[in-house]
Design a protein around this ligand. Sequence first.
Ligand code: C2E
Ligand code: MG
Ligand code: MG
Length: 842
Amino acid sequence: MEVDTAHSSRPLAGAAAAAWAACANGVLLVDADAAGLPILAVNPAFCRLHRSTETGLVGASALLLGDSGPDNPLAAALRSAAAGGATESLLLRAGPGAPLCRWTISVAPAGPDAPRQLVCVVDDVTELHEQQALLAHLSTHDALTGLANRALFNERLQAAMAQAQATGGGVAVLCLALDGFNLVSESLGYVAADQLLISVAMRVQACMRAQDTLSRHGGNEFVLVLADVADSAQVHAVCEHIVRVIGAPFPVIGQSLHAGCSIGIARYPQDAGDGVTLLRYADMALSHARGLGGNQLRFFAAEMNQRTAERAQMEAALRIALIEGQLQLQYQPVADLQAGAICALEALVRWQHPVMGLIPAGRFIPLAEAAGLTIALGYWSLQRAMEDMAAWRSAGLPPVRVAINISPKQFRDAALPQAVADALASSGIAPAQLSLEITEAALMQDPLASDATLAQLKALGVGLTLDDFGTGYSSLNHLKRFPLDLVKIDCGLTGNIVTGADDAALVKTIISMAHHLGIEVAAEGVETEAQCDFLRRNMCDQVQGWFFSKPCDRDQVAGMLAARHALPPHLLRIQKQPRTLLLVDDEQNIVSALKRLLRRDGYQILSANSGQEGLDVLAANEVDVIVSDQRMPGMIGADFLRAAKNLYPDTIRIMLSGYTELQSVTDAVNEGAIFKFLTKPWDDDQLRTHITEAFRLKEIANDNERLNLELRTANHELAAANRRMEDVLRQKQQQITRDEISLNVARELLQFVPLAVIGLDDEGMVAFVNDAAERMFRQNGAILGNEAQIVLPELFPDGLAPSGSHQVDIDGRCFQVVAHPMGANSQSRGSLIIISVCEETA
Ligand code: C2E
Ligand code: MG
Ligand code: MG
């Protein structure tokens, strides 16, 4: 730095010098008229800002301060001020590495002993600037993820649309939401939820180009602007990429979390011409994507708009329906697979719409749930079901359990247990006749609160059913954890039990696991006999579905109950059937001869004249024993019996033929398709003996199967009884704990009473002594646990009396002894003896 020694700072005197030195702002005086604008004086604050000393600065050119260089703005401003131009305020560093400062330059006129001076006041504005920058950032960004917020999103969307308009390109707005996010925050807490959101933001950001914007609009709602997009295929590819990256597990608070996402897309200019509508449409498309079960993409379509409007209309109409009584209850009978009779009715709400007719619950319950109407609707159903049950009872019909569906919102309603108790009390319906159906999802929204609600409901004595099992979580752990009586297998699973091996295996596992836990199993949506038969064979307890009965109104149900509508006997779990024999021969006279011979043995005899006809008879009837000829046109006997073995392996198969040399017969025998080979012409007695033997064998097999079923039924009834016993024991244990607590409280209270108090049991043994009594009878030795009459003879000179009062003399003082019998208002027994000083001697 060049120093002009002719110029130097002139020391100030007194207060001015002190102010100069203490001033928090940097101050710099420059000779305005000297060439090179030399520095005349600097205060200590300026030296600190510039990170140099007074001697290093004074005399140097002020033009070299600030950011030196040809375009040094400070030099230009100083020159301009010195030349009489406008003075200005500048923002620049005091020197290299120095803080950012605001420079305010003014010109002080020349005095008698001082030249014209430039006065520069320099403030450190680094912190202020950082705060301003932070504020500016916060006003446009999301605090958690650092992504753009709604305001910046709007700005970027407007810019992207303006550019698209100019270039003829397109823009896509994507609304993205994480599937099941609420479950994460409810089960793992907000820290985990925040971590997940941050990780999602980072992954999605990595899928985007520089011109795109990712923003967060609160919660788990992310909105993307894809600028400059050519077509929907390009948008689709980006979305698929995002779904893929979000599909990979997230490490969150030491766990590996799986999150899916749903995306709704609206395009500019195809779908809408303004940002607000685009965002609304993308959101609408997102709702549709989420409604499809998650991990889905949906482009906005005009029908969605219409559907949303329809939903809003339906919602309003539903509110009116509730008020105007357009709702009805139907009841779907549930059959018991053991006895075949109706064992329960499920109450299903219906909406009798004035224009649309009868609407099933499946179509409007989700709407009601979204509109917050299910609680009111749920209480309406409960009330109506109670009225209908009372009407059936008055009509003298056999009692039947009714199941009411409880929506997730109603289940969370704290008033539910009391409302159920009130409904039972006012209708006089036994609690065991009511059961409540709750879904797993409802239970899992807050498992701890669910435990408490279920315990309250259980204490009322109503049945608890887990509805729609096999959809959603399907956790066998939940079966164990919650105090359930019945689990209902969902329609979706039942529909595939005879066609899908996986679903069949799953249903078998659910049944056996539930039975093991003492819980009964019902299958919903049973539409065919084959499904019912599968469930019967696999020990399901109850079936519900169109096969047994569609939902019916109150009067139809009354008719079914009165007629004791039931499943046919062949679909019951345990059954006894007539002995059935099938005769297959192409020669009708042989069939007739055999029928004549065997009829007296009491068999139900079926016949067929060909192998194919034989198979048809087998498909339609339960057959125990088959007797078939070998030589028949179309299908030979060996092939028919082989097919019969494959399709109906439990049948016992006999061949009756005059033609013995065939290889196929030998093969069939070796494969086990034929139990006996008999020759024509036959010996009547021998043939009858063989057939009797075949039936005996079949019945041994049947008995084994039946015993096995009975054993499994007994085991499962035992498990159910154990579970009920556990429930009773648990309730008793809770009662004992509560009683113990109140007893301890009462005992503690009695210790503070200034009177002597002694508790006696029914047998007159001392069960309790308070401190005052202990002091009074210290000299009597151990009192507690001994017979009162022996250890406290002075108290009871006339023998023990359970109640009443008398006076006694103890150590020369008169005491009043009062005996209170216990149990008038509690379950306590025995008596309380209270000893107080007699009034006249007190
Ligand atoms: P959910 O409790 O699982 O009821 C069974 C559903 O399956 C009923 O549909 C019933 O009509 C239908 N269904 C019965 N048999 C068959 C069959 O063989 N095949 C098929 N495919 N479906 C069959 P719905 O009446 O439409 O009810 C749907 C859902 O609405 C119910 O499912 C239940 O969750 C809810 N819901 C019904 N009534 C009420 C109510 O009063 N309150 C509440 N909160 N929810 C209700
Ligand atoms: Mg149900
Ligand atoms: Mg269900």
